[in-house]
Design a protein around this ligand. Structure first.
Ligand SMILES: C[S@@+](CC[C@H](N)C(=O)[O-])C[C@H]1O[C@@H](n2cnc3c(N)ncnc32)[C@H](O)[C@@H]1O
Length: 366
């Protein structure tokens, strides 16, 4: 029986995304190529301005009010004139607004930078622009592309997970950013997938449990076990965890994973395999397959499926970010199929979501 629910919403999302893409391409086509190239060639100015505004937490300080640059600068510890110029750039790209009296306020686009906003993406902006994550983009991307090596490793001398394990502050920022992913994609992974067909969710690489908690809120009958690195589990537990979630330390590449109890168990791997090269994916899926054993439990991958041709900007963007930071990649249907076959699993269904990702349902042949 199909695990797809709310198929029309997923179709509507796909249709709307296609339309937005067409409109974006049409507007871009109206801009003369030299301007377009210069826009992209200097886009990091805007990105860095947004980062500094986010570091200063302007959106939270402004809240629902409006402040003159001098008042805002005093509250955030900045120079009034420099701050006004920074905000003028951001207002020109539609983030924050400045009224005729020169007072700065939040607008629709800046609201999600507020710490109290339900769709806050503040930590995501901070994480991507943090020195650890942004330096490879500036310093070693060219060398990486020339040599076919990972820019992050060239820059830092070790891989991303080693860095996160060694730098708890950066790991905590990464985890806070992961908590905010839902603000981008919504919760259709909880509503468009038939979780009623299961009693237990084992969220492998589930970080601090944000996704599992969302699924549990929609499907309180489920038990949920989140498996991740020791440091992440310790952070989740120190933060008080989420009600109803259990945590367990585990390594999807090395150690055994919690064993399945029945065919009403579902192993979720969300945005985990895109961080691994193909051999590591096969290794990880082999571990999950071992945990599934003869139970008939399902394995569910929540990942992007990149179009074979004419990839959309989001997929291509994430793919280069994965190249920059890891040995992983975003994969096409053909690449997923090859990987799943190599792992000795069967890809039985793709559940479409009203977001960028899809849920790939895999089963282990008994
Ligand atoms: C990109 S995050 C995705 C987090 C979460 N699943 C989500 O979708 O928001 C990747 C997660 O995989 C975890 N991870 C990476 N390598 C792992 C390993 N070998 N064993 C267990 N977890 C791992 C990371 O700690 C991190 O929480």
């Amino acid at each position: 029986m199909s695990l797809q629910r709310q198929a029309w919403q997923a179709h509507a999302f796909a249709w709307a995304s296609g339309l937005v893409q067409c409109l974006q391409r049409a507007t871009q086509a109206l801009t003369p190529p030299p301007f377009r190239l210069m826009q992209f060639g200097s886009a990091f100015w805007q990105s860095r301005a947004l980062y500094v505004a986010t570091q200063l937490d302007l959106a939270s300080v402004l809240g629902d009010g409006r402040l003159l640059p001098a008042e805002l600068a005093q509250r955030v510890g900045a120079d009034a004139e420099a701050l006004a110029r920074l905000v003028r750039l951001l207002a020109a790209i539609g983030i924050f607004e400045v009224d005729r009296q020169g007072r700065i306020g939040n607008n629709r686009a800046s609201q999600p930078l507020r710490g109290d906003h339900p769709q806050c993406v503040r930590h995501m902006v901070l994480m991507h622009n943090s020195p650890g994550m942004s330096r490879p983009w500036f310093e070693t991307l060219e060398a990486g592309v020339r040599q076919g090596r990972v820019p992050f490793e060239l820059c830092h001398g070790h891989d991303l997970l080693t860095q996160l394990n060694q730098q708890p502050d950066q790991d905590a920022l990464f985890a806070q950013a992961m908590d905010e992913v839902e603000a981008l994609g919504g919760d259709s992974f909880a509503t468009a997938f038939n979780w009623r067909a299961f009693d237990r969710l084992i969220d492998v690489g589930g970080n601090r449990g944000a996704k599992a908690a969302t699924i549990l809120r929609r499907h309180p009958h489920l038990q949920a076990l989140v498996v991740d690195r020791a440091q992440v589990v310790a952070q989740a537990q120190a933060a008080g965890g989420h009600q109803g979630l259990q945590f367990e330390v585990g390594d999807v590449l090395a150690g055994p994973l919690p064993a399945a109890r029945s065919d009403r168990d579902a192993y979720l791997l969300s945005a985990v395999l895109h961080g691994f090269d193909d051999d590591s994916c096969v290794q990880a899926l082999g571990r999950v397959r071992q945990a599934v054993g003869q139970s008939g439990a399902s394995i569910v991958l929540l990942e992007l499926i990149v179009p074979e041709h004419n990839a959309d900007l989001a997929s291509a963007n994430f793919d280069v970010q994965m190249y920059m930071a890891t040995r992983g990649r975003e994969r096409t249907r053909t690449q997923w199929q090859a990987l799943i076959e190599r792992s000795g699993l069967r890809w039985t269904e793709t559940v479409a979501l009203a977001s960028l990702g899809s849920m790939l349902v895999l089963r282990s042949p008994h």
